[in-house]
Design a binder for this molecule. Structure first.
Ligand code: FE2
Ligand code: FE2
Length: 143
């Protein structure tokens, strides 16, 4: 499933929205590399996603603190997805490929998990910040 960003995913802040858009691109890239069993692209795709997730989580937390949003439950999901992402990376990278292609059901399972997590997290957790974010300018950035 290819994810796409749409207005309904906007949480009312330019920085968070643009990072979410970028994360969607990276999840789609990773899904593509997993499906293709492209071993040369896989480590970089995992690394890029992990790097941008970490940066995003730090920025999101800074913004949440600046608007005095209670961030604990959001943060727990961040910690848990990073753990899952590392588990998936180790599982996928060490998986034997048949004719260069990883098992379709495994690719399906992991790409589903990542795209579902991202969409659900944005809709259920990040979106809770929207009313408080909307009390600030769209380009609010505490720096
Ligand atoms: Fe979040
Ligand atoms: Fe987020």
């Amino acid at each position: 499933m290819t994810l796409a960003w749409s207005e309904e995913l906007s949480v009312g802040n330019a920085m968070i929205d643009s990072e979410h858009k970028n994360l969607i691109v990276l999840v789609n890239n990773l899904e593509h590399a997993i499906r293709a069993g492209d071993r040369s692209a896989l480590p970089q795709a995992f690394e890029q996603l992990e790097h941008h997730l970490c940066t995003h989580f730090i920025n999101e937390e800074k913004i949440a603190q600046a608007i005095k949003f209670h961030f604990t439950s959001n943060q727990l999901e961040h910690i848990s997805v990073l753990k899952s992402l590392r588990f998936i990376r180790d599982a996928v990278v060490s998986m034997p490929a048949h004719k260069g292609v990883l098992a379709e059901d495994v690719a399906e399972h992991y790409s589903h998990f990542l795209s579902n997590w991202l969409t659900n997290h944005v809709i259920k957790e990040d979106m809770l910040m929207k009313p408080m974010l909307q009390a600030h300018p769209y380009d609010f950035n505490p720096g």
